[in-house]
Design a protein around this ligand. Structure first.
Ligand SMILES: *[C@@H]1O[C@H](CO)[C@@H](O)[C@H](O)[C@H]1NC(C)=O
Length: 509
């Protein structure tokens, strides 16, 4: 029998995690991009079903627009729900079971979508998106925890990168499949396709092992953790030392806290709160991508024909994906800090260029091509590292006990922000044209980048407990403590860790 255990083999790990990433993230990437191009077919389905039920002239344009917005934005509600479920499930049942549950929900969600298209029941389409988005919220968070905790420190960034790059790949598929030339006219096939990866992901999860960190730190199961470590990273001599190193992340108060209590603890503990802010700031920089993924065709159609605008959207998303492939080669060569700061600045600059060229196009029509170039630059900087790192940076800043809680808090804030900003984009764009990008995206990004410049620690190639210690020292307000702390660094890391834990217990009270 062929085992799927990667056992530290680079290619096998890449293969396993890319199939896992692509199938798990398929729902979100695909379901959020095919409506973009298949919009008209859905309009017809909605309309026909109402005419069928005896509504004489079908739906009015306005009513349809409202229904369609509801169908699109219902995604964020389910996604938030999934984000809230993530710490509950990942802490109690583990990362693997959470992934499995998320994928089973995804099978349900995508099947409901298929039934809605076959039987022409638009209401079921709403239900399907609600269920699918709940599964996505849960699976996205669980997958990042899973990838972060199963891979060695040296490849942690690369493997986590996968999650976002496979997500972009699914966006490419969604936009392409939604075109009329492919499955845009055939909604049962278009929606039914999503069932297949959900089933593959579910089956793939079954033989996987729970992450070593979860087994060791949450379950106190050292032999299980060792087996899991061998399963993912191979039979290395220093496996025992790796486990000892992981133990440095162990919580001091073994008492289980309810999740709402953990949220409070995060907000009142300086170094955890700090990690939360860094995560939020990193994701705030990329909020603009949603406006582009959802609305690029719309935004560009003020300057271009419908066909040109669609083509440009496709080029944008393909450039984003190709940059992601290159990004995998560079993510472990450069630090996270330079990648986020440089690419973040370029990304923000690209939005400014979009505004510039959009305005210049009024002076001379040929300048409009600059807007496409700016959009492609935006996609490239995102894919090359900014986007993927923004999504996994939080989990590198927090130790085991609070990792899933802080990550979920960051994702919840970001989901709300993405919703608010992308919802505001279209009306703001109608009123103020591209000027609206300045308050919506450019100013918030600049503020976030400044914050990151001053506060974000380098995390590449470092153990999490070490990063957490640095954050703790930086946020410690007591200068005497700070000196005592810097002195202990040179001694042993475990004594430092004890000090650190004592301190955080103290601040918890
Ligand atoms: C629905 O169909 C009717 C009849 O064909 C048409 O008059 C109406 O414009 C359509 N509504 C939408 C929103 O497409």
């Amino acid at each position: 029998m062929i085992s799927i255990a990667p056992r530290g083999k680079m290619l096998k790990s890449l293969a396993l995690f890319s199939v896992l990433g692509a199938t798990v993230n398929f729902q979100e990437g695909y379901a959020n991009s095919y409506p973009n191009t298949a919009y008209l077919s859905f309009q017809q389905l909605f309309n026909d079903s109402y005419i069928h039920r005896g509504v004489k002239n079908g739906l009015s344009e306005t009513l349809f627009t409202w229904l369609w917005s509801l169908a699109l934005y219902i995604w964020f509600i389910g996604y938030l729900l999934g984000t809230f479920l993530t710490p509950l499930l990942t802490e109690r049942y583990g990362r693997k079971i959470s992934l499995l549950v998320a994928n089973l929900i995804a099978v349900c969600g995508s099947s409901i979508g298929f039934v809605s298209a076959v039987c022409k029941i638009p209401e079921l389409f709403f239900v399907s998106r609600l269920v699918a988005s709940t599964s996505s919220g849960l699976s996205f968070g669980s997958l990042i925890l899973f990838l972060q905790e199963t891979t060695s420190t040296e490849y942690r960034g690369l493997m986590s990168f996968f999650s976002e790059t496979t997500f972009i790949l699914c966006n490419v598929l969604g936009i392409a499949f939604g075109m009329n030339a492919i499955f845009g006219d055939n909604l049962p096939v278009l929606t039914g396709i999503a069932v297949i990866p959900a089933i593959i992901a579910t089956l793939l999860c079954i033989p996987l092992k729970e992450t070593p960190k979860f087994l060791l730190l949450n379950r106190n199961d050292r032999s299980g953790a060792l087996k899991s470590l061998e399963f993912y990273q191979g039979n290395k001599e220093d496996n025992d030392e790796i486990l000892d190193e992981m133990l440095l992340e162990a919580p001091t108060n073994k008492k289980k806290e309810p999740v709402w209590r953990s949220v409070y603890t995060v907000l009142v503990t300086p170094h955890l709160r700090h990690a939360f802010f860094i995560g939020c700031a990193a994701l705030q920089v990329i909020v603009g991508i949603w406006a582009i993924v959802y609305l690029s065709t719309d935004l560009l159609s003020t300057l271009f024909t419908e066909d040109e605008a669609q083509m440009a959207s496709l080029i944008f998303i393909i450039a984003n994906f190709c940059a992601g492939l290159c990004g995998m080669a560079i993510v472990e060569r450069f630090g996270r800090r330079p990648l986020v700061l440089w690419l973040g600045s370029l990304n923000t600059l690209s939005l400014a260029l979009y505004v510039l060229f959009d305005q210049l196009a009024a002076v001379h029509h040929q300048f409009r091509w600059g807007t496409i170039a700016a959009m492609v630059l935006n996609g490239v900087t995102y894919g090359l590292g900014l986007g993927p790192i923004a999504f996994f940076i939080t989990s590198e800043l927090v130790s085991q006990q609070y990792r899933s809680v802080v990550q979920s808090m960051v994702f919840a804030v970001n989901t709300a922000a993405s919703f608010a900003f992308s919802f505001a984009t279209l009306p703001a764009f109608d009123m103020f044209k591209s000027w609206s990008f300045i308050p919506l995206f450019i100013v918030p990004s600049c503020i976030s980048l400044l914050f990151l410049y001053f506060k974000m620690p380098e995390t590449k190639g470092r153990e999490v407990h070490d990063i957490v210690d640095e954050l703790w020292r930086k946020t410690s307000t007591n200068p005497v403590d700070f000196e005592a702390e810097t002195m202990t660094i040179s001694t042993s890391s475990s004594s430092l860790d004890m000090n650190h834990n004592k301190k955080s217990n103290f601040t918890n009270i």
